[in-house]
Design a protein around this ligand. Structure first.
Ligand SMILES: C[S@@+](CC[C@H](N)C(=O)[O-])C[C@H]1O[C@@H](n2cnc3c(N)ncnc32)[C@H](O)[C@@H]1O
Length: 367
């Protein structure tokens, strides 16, 4: 390691932290140099010799010069391989997403090992080898470097999720959306919430933790997702979730007229299950968090309009569908409280989230 002879101050250990902070605030501390100490004193490296007024302000009187070890600036992945590969992090697994770069078979090993070397918390590097597919919405991965496993524990919004991205759906980029929905559930309320497509519990666990008096019914057709959901309840110490394995279209009647809030995160086919959702909604009404994929391919030059139009199309489609069901199930009020882009899906296509507040006129519902 490189060393440098630097100006420094000598301070009694008891005052070391206070003086370090003051020097840092005044931008006088050499932050790339390693602070040294002995039994009684700490030696703080400086950018330069202090002026009298500065030493008075910081409260130091002993100055000297000494050798300090200098840490080399961290090299970025771009410095090493010449570009920044796109990857997402699920627990301790980095998954190359292949978006916007050209990782070839010949350089993917180098990319994977560089990620492992740069990030000590990453233990596996994999790449996507299929899109999210099938009823379970999972995808195939190929391990490129590190440990030979795809199971991990992902930490998000104060919760821990054990999962295997090859066996179940999980998208770390939805952390903000899950938090937004969870924050709508009041801590003190006792809602009955149905998570129709719950996966490993990524919405359910956070909500159940936040609102211990609420009950979340978490349904998923994928047995692996439900197995992980049970484990995740243990991991997070929550008991107010009822995990149910099965196809929601064969189960929903059991929950007829019960739910104050319904989460429908199955964007590719959510419209197909809206009737089931409406059937499960409480007779007084409630909130439906609905996700769908919408695209708008603009004519040349009209690129800016794409998202705006996709949102407008979603509003029109969801309103038409829900109005139809409101009539059938005797609800008098429908309000789309939020319609917004959750994330991009493909060029000119987006996952759009809708918060639909539905109420009967007999009793107005506070959402
Ligand atoms: C897009 S994932 C969402 C998972 C979870 N809500 C999340 O945000 O991580 C959709 C989930 O719905 C499940 N699923 C698909 N069709 C279903 C059905 N008919 N009944 C119940 N679950 C279903 C899949 O197994 C998958 O776990």
């Amino acid at each position: 390691m490189r060393t440098e002879d630097l100006h420094c101050v000598k301070v009694e250990k008891g005052r070391g932290e206070q003086v370090r902070r003051a020097l840092k605030e005044l931008k006088l501390l050499r932050t790339d140099a390693k602070i040294t100490s002995n039994h009684d004193y700490i030696y703080l490296p400086l950018m330069r010799a202090l002026k009298a007024v500065e030493s008075e302000e910081v409260g130091v009187t002993e100055f000297l010069t000494a050798d300090f070890a200098i840490s080399e600036p961290r090299r970025s992945i771009e410095d090493i391989i010449g570009f920044s590969p796109a990857y997402e992090i699920i627990g301790d697994i980095a998954v190359l997403t292949g978006a916007g770069d050209s990782i070839t078979e010949t350089n993917e090993q180098r990319v994977a090992h560089t990620i492992l070397n740069l990030h000590k918390n990453i233990k596996v590097v994999a790449k996507r080898i299929s899109p999210v597919e099938g009823v379970y919405r999972n995808r195939k991965l190929k391990i490129l470097a590190g440990e030979n496993r795809t199971e991990t524990i992902h930490k998000e919004n104060g919760c821990r999720y054990k999962l295997d991205p090859e066996k179940v759906y999980f998208n770390p980029s939805l952390a903000g959306e899950r938090n937004r929905v969870a924050m709508q559930v009041e801590h003190s309320k006792n809602e009955l919430i149905i998570d129709m497509f719950a996966g490993v519990g990524s919405f359910s666990i956070q909500i159940a933790k936040r609102a211990p008096q609420s009950i979340v019914t978490a349904i998923d057709i994928n047995p692996d997702a439900i197995r992980y959901l049970h484990e995740n309840m243990e991991l997070n110490g929550v008991r107010n979730i009822e995990p149910i394995e099965g196809d929601v279209s064969g189960i929903y009647m059991k929950f007829e007229n019960t739910a104050n809030r319904i989460i429908m995160n199955l964007p590719k086919s959510a419209y197909m299950f809206l009737r089931e959702a409406m059937c499960m909604l409480h007779p007084e009404g409630g909130m439906i968090h609905f996700y769908t994929v919408e695209a708008f391919y603009p004519a040349k030059g009209g690129k800016k309009k794409s998202l705006e139009m996709a949102i407008e199309i979603t509003k029109a489609k969801v309103t038409a569908k829900l109005k139809e069901f409101c009539d059938e199930f005797h609800y008098q009020s429908l309000e789309l409280q939020e319609v917004r882009k959750v994330k991009p899906y493909a060029p000119y296509a987006y996952i759009i989230g809708v918060d639909a507040a539905i109420a009967s006129a007999q009793k107005s519902v506070e959402f």
